[in-house]
Design a protein around this ligand. Sequence first.
Ligand code: UD1
Ligand code: CA
Length: 424
Amino acid sequence: MIKSIILAAGKGTRMKSETPKVLHTIFDKTLVGYVIDAVNNTGLADENFIIVGHQAERVEEYIRKTYSNAKCVLQSPQLGTGHAVSMVLPHLDSFVGEVIILCGDTPLITESTLKDFIETHRSKGSDLTVMSAIFENPTNYGRIIRNSDGSLNSIVEEKDANSEQKAVKEVNAGVYVLNWDKIKPAFSQLSSNNAQGEYYLTDIIKWANSQSFKVDAYILKNNEEIFGINSKTHLAEATKIMNKRTIQKHLDNGVTIIDPETTWISPETEIEADTVIYPSCYITGKNKIGKSCKIGPFAHLRGDVTLEDNVKIGNFVEVKKSVIKANTNACHLSYIGDSEIGSEVNIGAGTITANYNPLTKVKSKTLIGNKVKIGSNSVLVAPVEIAEGANIAALSVITKNISAWSLALTRAPLKVLENWVKNK
Ligand code: UD1
Ligand code: CA
């Protein structure tokens, strides 16, 4: 199994945020989380080293809570990308095998590209492969310098490049795979004798050539994949790109999406064919939506939502952490959280599951059996269970369990004062 090293020590000044750059999120998953998941999903790696520096404690806490196969390694001070990788040397002292190096701020990298990249490295018998990309405007990237026979010579950073080198459109994408035991010595031999006074990771290309190791570049097919996030504008752009990809996948699978421009669907949402997503929905986190459901317009699924077949979630309905069984409707103005709802249930307009007690800060569950009908504007105060077939009259506040096939109501009696208006 291979190891990954993910560079995430940089400051991210241009995000103008108190949150460290790699902890910014797209559809509620962090930037570095996307990179780790892409690596893990290749099935080829068993351990990830995250290089942390700026706000290291916060990144470390997140990684510890979220990934059992990722370890943070502190780089302080941050003396460049080559210096960053060298922080892992003590951890991989006796490791023999391949190491893949990536950046923590490129959430659009895909598992299929990483797989192909690693497989190409293996099939060519290379010792070091760098991912490259062709950019019409290569500004700011390191340029890939090739020899006259096309073989890889070196990478030259923009700030160190002469005008001829600056004209090169093939750039360093910042992803590398290398045979660790062979290339490892390079990291203790890097110098900072360059325009930025940094230890450049890119200098390992020249070093590997000097040792007559086999060095190659793998040209990326879709440049979007190495889009790095440096600002909130980039974050918005990457979110859009990710959304576009996801929507295209669902359209190809037979989901109807009326307006892709105003529909937001996280990459971890599964949707079966013949479901219709109406305009202006926001679907984030991990969700499973069955077939022939109708979602929206203006619906909000907040994650950990499972909808069985033929469920309707209508306008201004918010659902989180809930399972809703087949043929159930919640068509208007509701909040459904921490709930398990049976099949053929009707959730009337304005129904709220009051799942949170602000005094105890405890969240509780609402259980609703099959064929239950909840009247409009009811509040179900969790923990509570409405058993099969029960009816809740409109405007009721339900604070205890309701037995099967009962009618429950807490409504104040209707008073009619005849001719009151006339007499006034
Ligand atoms: C780097 C490459 C460049 C490539 C570009 C692709 C070098 C010298 N240059 O340039 O050839 O085209 O990426 O995006 O590698 N980091 C650390 N510790 C450090 C410095 C950086 O962890 O001491 C991290 C940053 O947080 C970031 C990544 O490494 O995630 C890249 O660093 P950055 O400064 O953005 O490198 P570039 O100058 O863009
Ligand atoms: Ca950069």
